[in-house]
Write a protein of this length. Sequence first.
Length: 215
Amino acid sequence: MGENEVLVTFPNLGPENIKISLVKHWYITHENIIGDTVFFMYAGTMLSMSLEDYNKVFKVDEVIAFTSVKLPYGWLGNMSPYPIKFGEDTYRTTEALFQALRFKDNDIKALIREEKSPIGAKLVAKSRASEMYVKPLSDKDIMNMKMCLKLKLLQHPNLVIELLETGDKIIIEDVTRRGDKGANLVWGAMLVDGKWVGDNRLGKLWMELRKEFKK
């Protein structure tokens, strides 16, 4: 079996293993982890492979593209469950803190902080957009994002180790499934005809921090 070759299964065809070749930048969609198995769509067919094989194949790539918090490198996402303390308050996720920093009103910040899910925190902020103090995607907004990511690293030192272990690989927030709606192509990038399209601000901030923590 070659370096980029693994055994995968077609669940709808039975348990028989079928060998296919996986090449660099091979793109899959609709990933989902159940136990130690990763299920995904390829050419309209549901496939699966062990999580160990998934990591082996995709960690050899020059690009680290993160999506779901349940998948490898999912901790890079703002929705990942790593609480952050800011001042006297604790936020459940980077996303919640980032959204709260767009406001001056402490009552709105509290509403965001009290949301149990990062999506909920984002929706609260979106519903109060007219009251934002920091304009989305402004220089201050980008600076706030970097600060949130840095606090995440400082308060969860194991993530510093994981970040440094990415070496010099390009880090990309993969928004292909979400498309070009809203600010998706500002914070992330999507794969179009084998090429990454988008500004990928979040990925770039992670790479900046990686460089800083290497010193």
